[in-house]
Every structure is written in structure tokens, then in C-alpha cells.
Design a binder for this molecule. Structure first.
Ligand SMILES: [Zn+2]
Length: 346
């Protein structure tokens, strides 16, 4: 199947109903044509209606005495944005294929801030994908290379030296599974915690001779080292860390040249990992990213969630009501005829 070209995306977005059915088929918006969660008598029905949202369409309960509405964007990647659905889809396409911001601004007639925001949202999806996977590296028979690298150039800003930050990372040979984390220091405590969280016991770990790694063999790992001040490959074991070295190079190139705040570094690391793991070798990187978006946003679960919220709010009301009944009962007890004496005259 040929990859989707921009012309294809353009064609998908020309007709709004066609666009909705395309993004619906790809799990990007929900199908809310189900029983109304408010009244349970009507059904949500897809309607043309410009009074409420600029999409010109919404879901409305068929029960006239209810008439509750749901946005077609509810729970989706498109929710809470002032942009049209078509433009968001195009922005997503441009992000996947790394088109320059200046080009996107002209093509979609949007501000630089809008483009920057959406690139941030896309990287947040990457972060969620990786964190939810909780996919550790290594295991018996597997080799993982680990290393630390300094990111960010030293700058002299108003006489104050601004240092970059240390990043610790690892990559599994053969699979390219990897992790990267910004670290405050390079002590054993810091690095060992990250290693244990990301690499399974029984793994062969290759590193340089940094003293913090000396304890690895005491924690269930086979540890091989390369002394970089002397050699690139350990002559006895053949160990080398070429893979992580070249990954550092690629990762540094993937960061924007300027204006990247340190706090955003890790989101770029998540983007790098998602591109390496899912997008680069996929049949169609855009469709693959859309699939990841649909797993994170899952708009079809919105009705169920909202229904549960309503039920919880109702049962809270019922509880409060029962509490009141209980109070009334107590009052009745207090007005026990034998103590109040009133009923004695009845
Ligand atoms: Zn209803």
C-alpha cells in the first residue's frame, strides 16, 4: 500500500462528512449514536447544527424533553482546540513528516505558537505511549549498551555560565528498544535506580568504566566495560558501545537547533523513541501515529466515563437523601410518644 501523500490528506479533508467518517474509522472521534446517558429514553443522533459548535454538527438526544448535546470532538485529539478538524489532521501529518514550522504556518495560515503547541501535543502523545507501555529492555541473552552524555552547549549569558544537562540512556542491541532520562547527577544511587527500572536482570550490560557502574554485577547483571581513554573495543571481551554512541549523535541532531528548554528535552527523547520504535519502519508513519493517538485518547470511552460520573453523582445525591431520612428518623425517635407525651393524647 503506498504511503498517504499530502494530496491524499487534502482529499480526505475537502468534504467534512467524509472527513468525519475517515477519522471515525481510524478511532480519532467517537461514535456516540447510542442510548442517551442522561435520560436513557432517547438516543444520541448525529445532527447538522451550527448553533453550538463551529463544526456545524453535533450529537443530540432524540428525546425532545431531554435534548442533551455532545460535541463530535468529545474525548478526542481534536477536543479543546480552536482549529478546524481538517487543520489539526494536516498539522499532525506535517509533524509526522517533520515539515518546518515556517512552512506549516504559511500552508495553514496559523501562528507560530499554534504550530509549537501542536508539536508539543504530539510529543505528549509520544510520552504517554512510552510510559503506558512500561516496556523494559534486556533479559537473559540480550545485550544493552548504557552511557551518559552531556546535552546543551555551555553558554555565557550575562556573565553567568549556563551548563547543559546530563542524560542517561540505554539501547538494546538487535531491537533498538531504548530509554533516555535527564539526571541531576551521575552517582550510583541515581543511575542504578534507572537501570533497575529499565533493564531486566540477567541482561549483559556494556558501559564505559565510570565508577558508578562498578556495582552492576552485584545486581543480577553481566557487566562488560570499554575503557574509552584507551580503546574503542575491549580487546579481551570485544565489548564496545558504538550503538549508544551513534544514538547520542542522532538524538542530539533530532533536537531543535535553538530555543529548546531543558524541561522539554525529555519530550524530545520520547519523540525519538516513538519514531525509532513505531514510525520509522512502519508501512505508513502517519497512519501509525494516528493509531497511537487513538490508543491514548480513545474517544469511544467518553460516554461510558460520563455515564459513570452521572451515576456516581446520583448515588451521592441518594446517599445524602438517605442521610436526611436517617436524621428525620432520629427526630421521630426523639419524638417518641413515650418521651414527648404528645401522642398520649391521640
Ligand atoms: Zn436524553
Amino acid at each position: 500500500m503506498p504511503k498517504l501523500k499530502y494530496d491524499d490528506i487534502y482529499r480526505i479533508t475537502v468534504d467534512f462528512i467524509g472527513l468525519l467518517s475517515w477519522i471515525g474509522e481510524h478511532g480519532l472521534i467517537g461514535d456516540f449514536g447510542k442510548a442517551c446517558i442522561y435520560c436513557e429514553e432517547g438516543r444520541f443522533s448525529f445532527k447538522k447544527d451550527s448553533s453550538w459548535s463551529k463544526d456545524g454538527h453535533l450529537w443530540r438526544c432524540t428525546n425532545k424533553s431531554c435534548g442533551k448535546k455532545i460535541s463530535i470532538r468529545a474525548g478526542s485529539w481534536f477536543e479543546n482546540s480552536h482549529l478546524s478538524i481538517a487543520n489539526i489532521l494536516k498539522l499532525t501529518y506535517y509533524w509526522v513528516y517533520k515539515l518546518p514550522s515556517s512552512y506549516i504556518e504559511i500552508q495553514l495560515d496559523v501562528s507560530n505558537k499554534t504550530v509549537v503547541d501542536w508539536c508539543n501535543f504530539a510529543r505528549e502523545v509520544c510520552r504517554e505511549v512510552i510510559l503506558r507501555q512500561n516496556d523494559t529492555l534486556g533479559g537473559p541473552g540480550k545485550v544493552v549498551e548504557i552511557d551518559e552524555s552531556k546535552f546543551g552547549k555551555r553558554k555565557y549569558h550575562r556573565g553567568r555560565r549556563v551548563d547543559g544537562c546530563w542524560v542517561f540512556g540505554g539501547i538494546e542491541r538487535d531491537t533498538n528498544k531504548c530509554f533516555f532520562e535527564i539526571v541531576e547527577d551521575r552517582t550510583t544511587d541515581t543511575l542504578l535506580e534507572i537501570i533497575k527500572r529499565n533493564i531486566k536482570p540477567g541482561t549483559t550490560i556494556i558501559s564505559d568504566c565510570w565508577k558508578a557502574y562498578a556495582c552492576l554485577k552485584d545486581h543480577g547483571y553481566t557487566h562488560l566495560t570499554v575503557n574509552h581513554s584507551k580503546e574503542f573495543v575491549n580487546p579481551e571481551t570485544g565489548a564496545c558501545t558504538n550503538k549508544i554512541e551513534s544514538t547520542w549523535h542522532a538524538l542530539k541532531l533530532s533536537l531543535p537547533r535553538s530555543g529548546t528548554q531543558k524541561q522539554l528535552y525529555d519530550s524530545y527523547f520520547f519523540e525519538y523513541v516513538v519514531r525509532k520504535k513505531f514510525l520509522n519502519d512502519s508501512e505508513d508513519a502517519f497512519l501509525e501515529f494516528i493509531r497511537l493517538v487513538s490508543t491514548i485518547y480513545n474517544p469511544n470511552s467518553v460516554l461510558i466515563k460520563k455515564r459513570q460520573e452521572l451515576l456516581a453523582a446520583n448515588s451521592k445525591k441518594t446517599d445524602e437523601h438517605q442521610d436526611m431520612d436517617f436524621v428525620v428518623d432520629e427526630d421521630k425517635e426523639n419524638s417518641n410518644p413515650n418521651t414527648s407525651g404528645i401522642d398520649l393524647f391521640d
